[in-house]
Design a protein around this ligand. Structure first.
Ligand SMILES: NC(=O)c1ccc[n+]([C@@H]2O[C@H](COP(=O)([O-])OP(=O)(O)OC[C@H]3O[C@@H](n4cnc5c(N)ncnc54)[C@H](O)[C@@H]3O)[C@@H](O)[C@H]2O)c1
Length: 350
C-alpha cells in the first residue's frame, strides 16, 4: 500500500513510518516539523526508495491537494497533532488550529482526492483517524473505556482531539468518505520527546535531578509500548472495517508513582549511581483538571482484527530505559536546541 502518514516525524508517527517501510509499504510523510518533530527519528528509512517526505502543514489546503495529486496514496493515516496536555493548558489556540482546523482541512483534501475529478469513488481508499483514550474523560476506580463510552474530554488537548474524531466520523456519515478511527491509551518507548512523563523521569534520574511527580502520583494510565501501537495502527488501516472505531491498549494499568519507582529501580540496575534514584522523587503541584484514571477495553481489536500487544510493561520499560541510555546524542540534541525539561501547564492554576 502507499500510505500518506501525517505527523510521521513525531513519536508515534515515526514508529509507524519505520514499521510500514519494514513491512514493504510505501510512505509519504506529511509533517510541518514543529518543536515535537525530529527528523533523526527517521534516519533508518530516510534513504529508502519507498519513503518520501513532504514538509507541509495540514492546515494548508493547496499544499495538501498538491501532495495527494503527486503521490496518489491508497490510505491516509492521520497522526499530526499538538499532543501535550500541559502545553494545551498554557496555550490552547495551537490545539484548536492543528487538531480541529487541520483535521478538517485534511478531510476536505482527502474527500476531494478520493471523489474528485478522476472519479476515485469506486477505488479502495481509506482515511484512518488516530486518536486518544483521553476523549472519554476520566474513570473511577473500576470500569474501562469501550468504543461506545460517551465522549467527555476534560483538557483543551482532549477536547480538540474529540472534536477531530467527530469531524472524521461525520465525513464518513455525510460524504461517504471511507473513515476508520482508533483511540489509544498512553504510549511510551524510544524516540519519546522528553516532555512526557517517562522520558522526563529517565533523564532527570540520569542527571541526578529531582524527579517531579504531579499531585500524589495516584493517577492511573494504561501503558502501551509504541511499537505495539504502530503494529495495531497498520492492522487497523489494512484490515479495520470502514465506519468502525477500535480501542487500542496494552492492558497494563499502573499509577504514575508505580511507573516512576519501576524506572528508578531499572536505572539503578542498568546504570548504578551509588544511591537509589527513588530519593530524587519530588511531589509537585498537580496538573489542573488531571484525569484520575484511564483504562482501555481492547477486546474488539483483539477479537476482530487479531491484534494483541507483544511487549509487557516490565519488558517495555526495560527496553525504553536501555534506549535512552544508549542514544544520548538523540536527546542531548533536543536539550541543546533549548528544551530543558521545564514544567509546563500551570498558567491556569496561577
Ligand atoms: N503519545 C500518546 O501517548 C498518544 C496516545 C494516543 C493517541 N495519540 C495520538 O497520536 C498522534 C501522534 O502522537 P505523538 O505522541 O506521536 O505526537 P508528537 O507530538 O510526538 O508528534 C506530532 C507530529 O505532528 C507534527 N505536526 C504538528 N502539527 C502539525 C501540522 N499543523 N501540520 C503537519 N504536521 C504537524 C509534528 O511536527 C510532529 O512530528 C496524535 O494525534 C495523538 O493525539 C498519542
Amino acid at each position: 500500500m502507499k500510505l500518506l502518514v501525517t505527523g510521521g516525524a513525531g513519536f508515534i508517527g515515526s514508529a509507524v513510518v519505520r514499521r510500514a517501510i519494514a513491512a514493504g509499504h510505501a510512505v509519504v510523510n506529511v509533517d510541518a516539523l514543529t518543536y515535537a518533530a525530529n527528523p533523526a527519528n527517521l534516519d533508518a528509512v530516510a534513504s529508502n526508495g519507498r519513503y518520501a517526505f513532504e514538509h507541509v502543514d495540514i492546515r494548508d489546503r493547496a499544499a495538501l491537494d498538491r501532495v495527494f495529486a503527486a503521490h496518489e496514496p491508497d490510505a491516509v493515516m492521520h497522526l499530526a497533532a499538538e499532543s501535550h496536555v500541559d502545553r494545551s493548558i498554557d496555550g490552547p489556540a495551537a490545539f484548536i488550529d492543528t487538531n480541529i482546523t487541520g483535521t478538517y482541512t485534511l478531510l476536505e483534501a482527502a474527500r476531494s482526492y478520493w471523489g474528485g475529478s478522476r472519479d476515485r469513488a469506486g477505488r479502495d481508499f481509506r482515511f484512518h483517524h488516530i486518536s486518544t483514550d483521553e476523549v472519554f474523560g476520566t474513570l473511577g476506580e473500576t470500569g474501562k473505556f469501550t468504543e461506545t463510552t460517551p465522549y467527555a474530554p476534560n483538557s483543551p488537548y482532549s477536547a480538540s482531539k474529540a472534536a477531530s474524531d467527530h469531524l472524521a466520523r461525520a465525513w464518513g456519515e455525510t460524504y461517504g468518505l471511507p473513515v476508520v478511527l482508533s483511540n489509544c491509551s498512553n504510549n511510551y518507548g524510544p524516540y519519546h520527546f522528553p516532555e512526557k512523563l517517562i522520558p522526563v523521569v529517565i533523564l532527570n534520574a540520569l542527571a541526578g535531578r529531582e524527579i517531579p511527580v504531579y499531585g500524589q502520583g495516584i493517577n492511573v494510565r494504561d501503558w502501551l509500548y509504541v511499537e505495539d501501537h504502530a503494529e495495531a495502527l497498520l492492522t487497523v488501516v489494512t484490515k479495520g472495517r470502514i465506519g468502525e472505531s477500535y480501542n487500542i491498549g496494552g492492558d497494563a494499568e499502573a499509577t504514575n508513582i508505580e511507573i516512576v519507582r519501576r524506572i528508578c529501580a531499572l536505572m539503578d540496575e542498568m546504570d548504578p549511581a551509588g544511591a537509589p534514584r527513588e530519593r530524587l522523587i519530588t511531589f509537585v503541584k498537580d496538573r489542573p483538571g488531571h484525569d484520575l484514571r484511564y483504562a482501555i477495553d481492547a477486546s474488539k481489536i483483539r477479537a476482530e482484527l487479531g491484534w494483541r500487544p507483544s511487549v509487557t510493561l516490565d519488558e517495555g520499560l526495560k527496553r525504553t530505559v536501555a534506549w535512552y541510555l544508549e542514544n544520548r546524542p538523540w536527546w542531548q540534541a533536543i536539550q541543546e536546541r533549548g528544551y530543558k525539561l521545564e514544567r509546563l501547564g500551570l498558567k491556569a492554576a496561577g
